[in-house]
Design a protein around this ligand. Structure first.
Ligand code: DHB
Length: 499
């Protein structure tokens, strides 16, 4: 590294503007610098496999790091599974970001692949991928709460996406040295990490990030990725307050309290114009508007989700579920119900109004759009003016930062030809961390653009649910054209719709 160890170790002591030569030898991956480890990976049908892998710690993926605790990554490369050799030279690369809550995420102290195996349903995506013979990269990234000794916030927008792009550039710069096929990078993430995964997919090679990437000495390579897996993405932030009221406006909070009706109605009204501006279309529905979006989402995603759930139950369990949920009509393998009954079934909304640009600046997202020594800022004119009066204007840097953080910008406003063309998009039907229309709009727009989109809503799934981890592994093999090793519970796509 061009930095002294002491300087690099102090959070926030970076050298903005001192971009390193992109061929800085510090960014050359060393294929010999690994430890070998063996772990047990339980597959989706409960069978344990012994997986031996090489674990590489890359101490810095940029030449001019701001904070190497976050701007580092780990690479795990399978060597053998149950004693059978695996050649991962040309394997797909799962690029699994660990971001939650738009907070900083560090892998610097990890001594092996992340994601301990939990009970069924919480299987580790990284470990399943490793057992399938894929290379797994776990990047760290700066996040919103990081603050240096001078009180300067150095992980707010767009730091996290800039870091993830820099990590992709590092891998591509090291094509041929780093194991795996750098032309088959499949990103994954959940929630804020899901939004960043979607953004990574949507914004590949966008020149808008170049100044930020130069500032941290990112390698001179592409940051476009092959495919993007996104679970419950907390995305499209500047429209999420409106989307939330459109979706959950009729629902009460868990306390029983209702949200401010005027605020809710004001925000919901904004959604009409925004949705129309997306120009989404769907077969059988035509142009999607606030008048048909609920029916479209219900029929395209939510009723099929319930049907898949019910079809998988035993007759006895299904009869019991239907008896307990009389709002569902079950006939000939189809589940039908009204949008209003579905909303009642979901129950309390998780967030107050406005849900993202909170009037009190206490939300994660207000912190995400902090800058300099300011911890949190408003990023919508509505919330800003509610607090500061009708002539208040957003800070001048906010609009561009919103674009840098929003996958929809790269799919609608400025359609990016270098975006990922394969998408795996998931959300639970009981997830009210954001509007269920965020996923619907993302998936529908991608479909309208002609991309390969596999979308599914998990029935009664809450925030962060992953009900088909093995199917994702099988999907990676399918879209990448690279066979998965063995068949470790990756037993195909049983019933995913949205193809
Ligand atoms: C996450 C959840 C939220 O509700 C939010 O607003 C931002 C991030 C998360 O779980 O990552």
């Amino acid at each position: 590294m061009g930095l002294t160890a002491a300087a690099a170790a102090v959070p926030g002591v970076g050298f903005p503007g001192v971009a390193r030569a992109a061929t800085d030898s510090s960014l050359v991956f060393d294929p010999a610098a690994y430890t070998e480890q063996t772990i047990s990976v339980t597959d989706t049908v409960g069978v344990a496999h012994s997986v031996t892998y090489r674990f590489y710690k890359v101490a810095g993926y940029v030449a001019a790091p701001v904070d190497r605790a976050y701007q580092s990554l780990n690479v795990s490369v399978p060597v053998s599974v149950d004693g059978t050799a695996v050649d991962a030279t040309d394997a797909p690369i799962l690029f699994a970001n660990q971001v939650g809550g738009y907070m900083p995420s560090s892998v610097a102290n990890a001594t092996g692949i992340g994601g301990a195996m939990g009970p069924a349903g919480t299987l580790s995506r990284q470990r399943l991928a490793l057992a399938a013979g894929y290379v797994v990269v776990e990047p760290g990234a700066r996040g919103r709460s990081l603050v240096d000794a001078n009180g300067v916030y150095y992980g707010t927008a767009p730091a996290a996406i800039v870091d993830l792009k820099a990590a992709v550039r590092y891998l591509k710069f090291n094509k041929g040295r780093v194991p795996g096929d750098t032309d088959r990078i499949v990103s994954s993430g959940v929630s804020a990490g899901g939004a960043l995964s979607a953004l990574l997919g949507a914004s590949g090679d966008s020149p808008l990030y170049d100044p930020y990437l130069a500032e941290i000495g990112a390698a001179d390579a592409s940051d476009a990725i092959f495919a993007s897996g996104d679970w419950c993405p907390i995305a499209d932030l500047e429209h999420s307050d409106a989307a939330y009221e459109w979706n959950w406006g009729a629902n009460s909070l868990a306390s029983g309290a209702t949200v401010d009706a005027t605020v809710s109605a004001d925000l919901e009204a904004q959604y009409t114009h925004y949705l129309a501006s997306l120009g989404l279309r769907a077969r059988g529905y035509g142009a999607l508007t606030v008048r048909n979006l609920d029916t479209y989402i219900l029929e395209t995603f939510i009723q099929p989700s319930a049907a898949k759930y019910l079809a998988a139950l035993t007759d006895t369990a299904r009869d019991a579920y239907l008896a307990a949920h009389p709002f569902i009509t079950w006939s000939a393998g189809r589940a039908t119900f009204t949008w209003a009954d579905f909303l009642t079934h979901v129950g309390p909304r998780k967030k107050n109004a406005p849900s993202f640009d909170g009037f009190d600046l206490a939300t994660p997202e207000c912190n995400l759009f902090g800058a300099g020594v300011t911890r949190a800022r408003h990023f919508t004119q509505y919330s800003l003016r509610h607090e500061s009066g009708d002539s208040a204007r957003l800070d001048a840097d906010i609009p561009a930062k919103l674009h840098l953080m929003n996958p929809m910008f790269h799919l609608v406003d400025k359609v990016n030809p270098h975006r990922a063309k394969h998408w795996w998009i998931r959300v639970g039907t009981k997830d009210s961390d954001t509007s269920l229309s965020v996923v619907a709009n993302l998936a529908t727009r991608l479909g309208n653009l002609g991309d390969d989109v596999n979308t599914s809503y998990y029935w009664d799934g809450g925030h962060g649910a992953d009900q088909d981890p093995g199917d994702f592994i099988a999907w990676i093999a399918k879209v990448s054209g690279r066979k998965a090793h063995g068949n470790h519970g990756n037993h195909g796509n049983h019933g995913n719709h949205g193809k």
